[in-house]
Structures are given as structure tokens and as C-alpha cells.
Write a protein of this length. Structure first.
Length: 304
């Protein structure tokens, strides 16, 4: 083996990382995050990309065999490792401790059910598990069948209004307490919108375009006044037969009416027809109630 390393380059390495994460995705062994997890964060306004040069790739000749990276907050560190290269665990963990963001002692490792080799390496260096939870998955061997409530309708993805979507995400993700949503047409420089400006001016945290995003599979629900009230994103990864649902939100005024369940039902119908075998979700009673089951086991480790 000829192991080398390279720092992640935001402008050139998106496809390299995507392909590596697709190739190494292992649902059954829960060995790390699927490909959309990293790219979704990179293209979202809530993500701080200013430290992305610290993310590091490991190669065996021209093949990527490991990736150490952060998400949000920047002190949460993740590891994806190709099967057969678990022997790199000590090196990966040492790199993370020495070089990845660790402001104020807040650094923590996010490790998964199939990453015992990394847990062992972290434990040897004084890390201990401080928290855990189950991120549930819907298995398409089961059926998801929730009808759209009366008075609502699905929006054709070809006709998505980005401003309406931004407004929904603003309130749906709890930003309304920061102030009212500010529409683009209230700004003279509206064409110069950037994710960074969205934070500064108090706009929505809607997504930027992404190389592997599949907006044609988004599900958006509107009310009788054509206001968007529920949004569910979808990343289709055919190589993994994975329907990666992200993000999901419902406007506070329209919750507890079954809209999210109806949106996920639409995903289920569309993605199963394409060959998907499972769909991601989240933690919490909502997912369990509608039929989600065992998924990915997240554990959080800190140095104590």
C-alpha cells in the first residue's frame, strides 16, 4: 500500500468525495454517513465552510480510502473509512485531535454503529461517549400510505417558487422568532443574494444549488391560497438505492394535520418506483409513529 493524504479543496473535490461516500456506503453495517450528508451541508447557509481546508482525504495510490471532515458545528468531526483500511484509525483520530476545529474544548467525534475501530482509537486517547441516538430509516419492504388532508395540494416541482420555499423554511425551521421573513423584492441588490447575506439580513436559510441534488423529486405542499406549508427535500442516490430525505419542515400554523406524513408518502411512492429500497428520516416519535424503524446509530464522544 502507498498511503498519501490531501487536504480537501472546496472547488475541485466535491465529486471525489461524493464518489467515495457512494462507493463505501454500507447501510447494514452503519459504517458512516451517506454521500448527501456532506454535500447538503456544504451548500447550506447554516454551514461554516471557512475551515473546510482542514478536511483531509487519505489515498491508497489513486483510490480514496478515508475522509475526516466536519459538519455543523465545526467542532463535530466525522470519519468515513473504506473497508479494509481500518488500520488507519489511530492516524485519523490523531489528525482530528491535532488539526480539526476544537475551539474551547468543544470538539467531539460523531461515530456510528459500525465504527468500533474508531471508538477504540478515540477511547485510547481519553475520549468517552457522552450521548447517543437512533436516526431512523423507512424500509420500503413496508408500506407508507398517508393521504393529503383536504384543502391542500402538491406543487409541481417544475414550478417551485424559490421565494415561497425560502419563506416556508424561515418559519418552518423556527426562525420566525428572529423577525418576519424579508422578501427578495424588498432589496435593490436582490440578484446578489448569497447564503452569507441570508444570515446577515435575516433571510431564509434556503439551499444553494448542489452538484448532486435532485430537486425534481422535492415534495412541496401548498394550501388553498397557494402558500407553501410543507417542504420535503430528496436526494436520490441510485447506486445505493437510497432515498435521502433532507430537509423536512412544516409551517407552524399547519402542523399536526398530517402534511409531513403525506409528503413522505409521496416520496415513498415515487422513489420506490425508481428502485429505492429505503428512505432516511430522523429521530423522534413522529418517524416511529408512521412506520420508520432501525436506522443509523449516532454516538458522540468527547475528551474528558
Amino acid at each position: 500500500m502507498n498511503i498519501t493524504t490531501k487536504q480537501f479543496n472546496l472547488l475541485t473535490d466535491i465529486n471525489l468525495v461524493w464518489d467515495f461516500l457512494v462507493e463505501t456506503y454500507d447501510r447494514e453495517n452503519d459504517s458512516g454517513r451517506p454521500a448527501p450528508f456532506f454535500e447538503y451541508a456544504l451548500t447550506s447557509s447554516w454551514m461554516d465552510n471557512s475551515y473546510s481546508f482542514l478536511d483531509r482525504l487519505w489515498f491508497d495510490r489513486d483510490k480514496v480510502v478515508a475522509f475526516v471532515y466536519y459538519e455543523a458545528p465545526v467542532t463535530d468531526i466525522y470519519f468515513n473509512v473504506r473497508k479494509g483500511y481500518e488500520f488507519l484509525a489511530d492516524e485519523l483520530v490523531d489528525y482530528a485531535i491535532s488539526n480539526m476545529p476544537h475551539f474551547g474544548g468543544e470538539q467531539q467525534f460523531v461515530l456510528f454503529g459500525g465504527q468500533q475501530f474508531l471508538k477504540d482509537a478515540a477511547a485510547k486517547r481519553g475520549f468517552k461517549q457522552v450521548y447517543e441516538y437512533e436516526d431512523m430509516i423507512f424500509d420500503f419492504k413496508n408500506e407508507l400510505n398517508y393521504a393529503l388532508p383536504e384543502g391542500y395540494h402538491f406543487v409541481d416541482p417544475k414550478n417551485i417558487d424559490i421565494v415561497k420555499c425560502s419563506k416556508l423554511c424561515w418559519y418552518g425551521f423556527g426562525h420566525g422568532e428572529k423577525g418576519e421573513f424579508k422578501d427578495w423584492d424588498k432589496y435593490d441588490d436582490s440578484l446578489e443574494w448569497t447564503p452569507a447575506k441570508s444570515h446577515k439580513d435575516g433571510w431564509s436559510s434556503f439551499l444553494s444549488p448542489s452538484p448532486h441534488d435532485t430537486p425534481q423529486y422535492y415534495i412541496i405542499i401548498a394550501d388553498k391560497n397557494e402558500e407553501y406549508v410543507c417542504f420535503s427535500g430528496m436526494w436520490w442516490v441510485p447506486q445505493n438505492k437510497l432515498a435521502y430525505m433532507e430537509p423536512l419542515c412544516t409551517h407552524p400554523d399547519h402542523r399536526r394535520k398530517g402534511l409531513a406524513a403525506a409528503a413522505l408518502t409521496q416520496h415513498y411512492k415515487k422513489m420506490k418506483a425508481l428502485g429505492a429500497t429505503h428512505m432516511t428520516g430522523g429521530e423522534g416519535p413522529f418517524y416511529k409513529k408512521i412506520g420508520y424503524g432501525k436506522g443509523s446509530h449516532w454516538t458522540f464522544w468527547k475528551k474528558v
